[in-house]
Unconditional design. Sequence first.
Length: 221
Amino acid sequence: MTAPIFCPDSLDFGTVSDWASVLCTVAAAAIAVLGSFKLWNNQLKKRSDSLEATAVAIFRNVYDRLIEFEAFTNFDEWRRYAGNVNSGLIATDEAAWKAHKEAVLSAISAHLVSLDLALKNFEAIQGNLYDVSRERIETMLRLHGFIGGAPSQIRRIQSFWAEADCGMGPVVLPEEFRYVLSRGIAGGAYFLNKLDCAGRKRAQDFEPIEDELRRLHREHG
């Protein structure tokens, strides 16, 4: 019996051509998917960068309001500001004392609303902070937690200020509350400097506290 002769003409070149077409289609699809993924990833990064900038701006605004609040609880500082803004319209000391008390109470109410919005706004965006370094995320979370303690302290100041008598002179913030405000501002300056490198001088007042906290973490962590 004669063995079958291999004949090139018997190959199904049409099938080979179909496979080549399939491979080209798959490769093109893969390239399209990779391209779409890269575009999607870039869009996420841009969104993350934008949200990170928003988060820092939220915290910076809270810090700036705290600076103003601390300054305005000082009668002389507030009167200088009010005089410059209103061309010295406050006629008598008694009227100025009363106006000062009312102005600080209004500032406290506004600041409490601002704090509440800042905390909620950060909580709403923190899950979308892609490609943000671990160190910066930790700094934001610590700053968020630090600011979270501010409303209760400011409400204590609010209670004192509302009950204070300004009939014999301007309301003066007790040393206890001045210390709390000062430490709060120092902490805000410390964490914000890590985020925007603005070099706020008040941060140095918080550095000994942070050094001691790091020591506790090392020894007891």
